[in-house]
Design a protein around this ligand. Structure first.
Ligand SMILES: Nc1ncnc2c1ncn2[C@@H]1O[C@H](COP(=O)(O)OP(=O)(O)OP(=O)(O)O)[C@@H](O)[C@H]1O
Ligand SMILES: Nc1ncnc2c1ncn2[C@H]1C[C@H](O)[C@@H](COP(=O)(O)O)O1
Ligand SMILES: [Mg+2]
Length: 214
């Protein structure tokens, strides 16, 4: 895959035994970026990378790369994603961990965009990878998200940028992902960002939240 997230690539990049590499991950600065479909997670992550030099990993991008590679697994994933449903956690967590291991030596911190999307994903990540330092909750109304996605659909080529799929994704988001925000809020880790303004305005709020991390 484009980001080199295969097990062997991860091993040759990070060096050391499995437990040494796992320990490096455990100590890394991890920020979850959570929000509804089209809220602007990817847009803000791009800007954060520019200013803070974090490594951005989007689970949606990792999955789409697998789809593009044309494997049988990619075809199965594509069918699930086109329906607006979540793919099995084992698949996405292994892809994510491999991608993190590949970058662990050079990353100043990780922006994990689109994961966790359900409570079981949060629990598995904490058990197998690390506890996040912060959760950036990118919050926009369903009307704003719909409008943004319908705009993106004109150029994105994404199979899930359709009105019907948006409704399913939104339902998945409210039912499965919002409880994740509540879980981390109760631990004091959530910074809620209003994403209704322009991308520049939202970025200002994001920077305030990230600066509080130092
Ligand atoms: N603050 C903003 N104001 C207006 N448009 C925005 C803003 N932020 C993002 N957009 C636009 O909205 C669309 C969705 O943004 P983006 O792809 O960043 O969302 P996302 O949360 O990553 O979505 P997904 O979950 O579907 O991957 C894009 O076309 C982007 O350019
Ligand atoms: N963490 C995830 N778990 C299950 N499925 C996922 C995850 N991240 C992405 N996906 C699937 C389902 C989403 O609708 C699509 C697109 O993701 P996005 O983050 O919106 O690009 O991929
Ligand atoms: Mg995105």
């Amino acid at each position: 895959m484009g980001c080199g997230n295969s097990k062997s690539a991860a091993i040759s990049s990070a060096g050391g035994s499995d437990s040494v590499r796992d320990n490096k991950l455990k100590k890394s600065k991890i920020v979850f970026v959570v929000g509804g479909p089209g809220s602007g997670k990817g847009t803000q992550c791009e800007r954060i990378v520019g200013k803070y030099g974090f490594t951005h990993l989007s689970t949606g991008d990792l999955l789409r790369a697998e789809v593009t590679s044309g494997t049988e697994r990619g075809q199965r994933l594509n069918a699930i994603m086109s329906r607006g449903e979540l793919v099995p956690m084992e698949t996405v967590l292994q892809m994510l961990k491999d991608a993190m291991l590949f970058k662990v030596d050079s990353a100043k911190g990780f922006l994990i965009d689109g994961y966790p999307r359900e409570l079981s994903q949060a629990e598995a990540f904490e058990k197998k990878i690390a506890i996040p330092k912060l959760v950036l909750y990118i919050n926009a109304s369903s009307e704003t998200m719909m409008e943004r996605l319908m705009n993106r659909a004109k150029t994105s080529g994404r199979a899930d940028d359709k009105a019907e799929t948006f409704k399913a994704r939104l339902q998945t988001y409210y039912e499965a992902t919002e409880p994740v925000v509540q879980r981390y809020d109760s631990k004091g880790l959530v910074k809620k960002i209003s994403a209704e303004g322009t991308a520049d305005e939202v970025f200002k709020l994001v920077c305030e939240a990230l600066d509080s991390l130092k």
